[in-house]
Design a protein around this ligand. Structure first.
Ligand code: HEM
Length: 212
């Protein structure tokens, strides 16, 4: 079951990142979005392109950072991938996402939803970085789980949008709701996972890593 979840996570994350890179790298800007969104993107090409390509780095690299095998056998690789994840993906993707939130489609509710997501994404990334600089592996992991659950908002958004269309929900309403539900439940689930796995398994591995 765990293996299936992991494979699904990799496939969805890399699938959405690949989709974004393909659509925004090879098709005219905003080809597949609402005409009003396209008009916004055309006015903010640097904002949207930097957001998409930087965030795609986070979505692609993120899942590999949770591999215990990579962390233990290739620690240097884990560190470099982590730096790229945080510096390119979260920092550039988050700042440009925050900027684009001011122009988001559909009014104040989605704007605030995306802006809040961007701020918490940046905050959890910073906390994860500070924790590891201080050598606190347990805290670093917890903040990274929270952070990646927010990166995964990009996947949930692209699952909910077609579902809302199939359900016949009007786009503006759906978009306003999805701007929130693409990340709030992820964060709740991340918190639940952190608590469940909690002390025992976290501490055992941290002790093992310190001993090794
Ligand atoms: C987690 C923090 C993120 C925030 C705060 C955020 C914010 C935003 C905002 C505000 C927009 C513009 C929406 C509009 O104009 O209505 C946008 C669009 C977009 N974002 Fe993000 N985003 C995040 C993560 C990601 C990730 C990880 C990806 C992965 C590639 C991504 C890919 C895209 C794409 C492709 C678009 C263009 C719209 C589309 O084609 O669906 N975003 N994002």
């Amino acid at each position: 079951m765990q293996l299936i979840n992991k494979v699904l996570l990799y496939l969805l994350a890399i699938g959405v990142a690949g989709y974004a890179v393909y659509v925004y790298g090879f098709l005219p800007l905003g080809s597949l979005v609402h005409p009003e969104m396209r008009a916004n993107f055309e006015v903010q090409p640097i904002g949207i392109y930097s957001h998409i390509f930087a965030s795609a780095v986070a979505l692609t690299l993120g899942p590999f950072q949770f591999s215990t095998m990579i962390r233990q056998r290739y620690t240097k690789l884990h560190r470099w991938v982590g730096r790229a994840y945080l510096a390119i993906g979260v920092l550039v993707g988050g700042l440009s996402g925050l900027y684009m939130a001011f122009f988001a489609y559909g009014g104040i509710i989605p704007k605030v939803g995306f802006a809040t997501l961007a701020v918490i994404w940046l905050y959890t990334g910073l906390k994860a970085y500070i924790a590891i600089r201080r050598g606190n592996i347990g805290e670093h992991r917890k903040w990274m789980i929270r952070n990646f659950s927010l990166t995964f908002a990009a996947v949930m958004l692209r699952i909910y949008l077609p579902l809302s269309m199939i359900a016949g929900i009007e786009f503006t309403l759906a978009y306003a709701v999805i701007a929130w539900i693409c990340w709030v439940p992820n964060l709740v689930l991340a918190e639940w996972r952190i608590n469940i796995r909690n002390n025992h398994s976290f501490n055992t591995e941290v002790q093992e890593q310190r001993a090794g």
